[in-house]
Design a binder for this molecule. Structure first.
Ligand SMILES: Cc1cc2nc3c(=O)[nH]c(=O)nc-3n(C[C@H](O)[C@H](O)[C@H](O)COP(=O)(O)OP(=O)(O)OC[C@H]3O[C@@H](n4cnc5c(N)ncnc54)[C@H](O)[C@@H]3O)c2cc1C
Length: 284
């Protein structure tokens, strides 16, 4: 199928893009890497009146250190994240996870801002950003605000972003890089969207879990942080099987969502498997 007709705009700077976005009557969508939006338009799941292509806006393409955080422009592509010395130095968790996202052809075009804005519950980066205590910067033509990643995602393909706002950057505190991290996802084939997955981080150079974050993905309508699992691990040794088992048991009772092929019970089981293996990967 082909997309329905739309007006195409290619602004050269952010303020022009934000002005174009400012209409209450029309369905206006930003275009980033197009890896999700173009298929959605061709299947007519998305039928915007106006498409605002962000690809010429250079100010959205930088990765910079600003004080105590790293600012990643929303139009930074996965392949650029992977090659960035700043990201390699400060956020090895991001470098570790990128190869799990789709395939290199998609990573050559897909952007971090596009992934965050799309809010696919099976995507890896939203959960990674929650473990890293990132915040999402949103700009409209008359204001800019910052929303903690944990509060940004509301449901399937749903965020707190208003229709007149663009995601302009993703900001990650440098100090939030955990000393240890574990990641695991269940997929049918490498590069497929996850059926279930887990990210675990712990901020301690010694042998105990500390300031642990546990986030599950692809098992509910949005990334699922599991405070009870975190509490079970905190203060205990990385090899303490009782606390690890308690953390895995604490996954039970959360609200799991079925997908086309897996019911809620399967999702819960796969979430536990993912968490167990992510914890197992913590020691590298
Ligand atoms: C075959 C295939 C497999 C994939 N597998 C995975 C996977 O395993 N894991 C994964 O995470 N992703 C996967 N993806 C999705 C891929 O990572 C996309 O690139 C990503 O989800 C969207 O990024 P994009 O830059 O292409 O955004 P686009 O497709 O351009 O946009 C996505 C949505 O976000 C909106 N948007 C984009 N940028 C902004 C902005 N700055 N502000 C506000 N709204 C904005 C658009 O209007 C659109 O609604 C896969 C895609 C394909 C086609």
């Amino acid at each position: 199928m082909k997309s329905s007709a739309f007006q195409y705009e290619l602004p050269e700077d952010l303020s022009s893009a934000l002005k174009l976005l400012n209409s209450n009557d029309l369905d206006i969508l930003p275009l980033a890497g197009g890896q999700s939006l173009m298929p959605m338009m061709n299947f007519r799941v998305a039928q915007p009146d106006i498409l605002i292509d962000l690809n010429k806006i250079d100010s959205l393409k930088n990765i910079t250190i600003e004080g105590d955080f790293v600012r990643i422009g929303s139009m930074v592509r996965y392949c650029e994240l992977e090659q960035s010395e700043i990201i390699q130095k400060h956020f090895p968790l991001i470098i570790h996870v990128i190869p799990y996202i789709a395939h290199s052809a998609i990573r050559n075009r897909g952007t971090l801002g596009g992934s965050v804005s799309l809010a696919d519950p099976a995507a890896e980066m939203p959960s990674v950003l929650i473990t890293l205590n990132a915040s999402i910067e949103l700009s409209s033509s008359n204001s800019t605000r910052s929303v903690n990643a944990e509060d940004f995602f509301k449901g399937i393909f749903e965020t707190v972003r208003k229709s007149n706002e663009l995601v302009t950057s993703i900001n990650i505190p440098i100090l939030s890089m955990p000393k240890k991290f574990g990641f695991y996802e269940v997929t049918r084939r490498h590069g497929d969207y996850a059926i279930a997955g887990a990210v675990v981080t712990s901020d301690n150079g010694q042998d105990n879990f500390n300031d642990t974050r546990v986030v599950l993905f692809a098992v509910s309508t949005k990334p699922m942080r599991v405070p009870k699992s975190e509490a079970a691990l905190n203060g205990n040794n990385f090899n303490n099987q009782d606390s690890i088992n308690e953390a895995i048991d604490a996954v039970t009772g959360n609200s799991f969502e079925r997908d086309l092929h897996n019911d809620e019970t399967t999702k819960e089981t796969l979430a536990k498997v993912s968490l167990k293996r992510a914890i197992g990967g913590l020691n590298g």
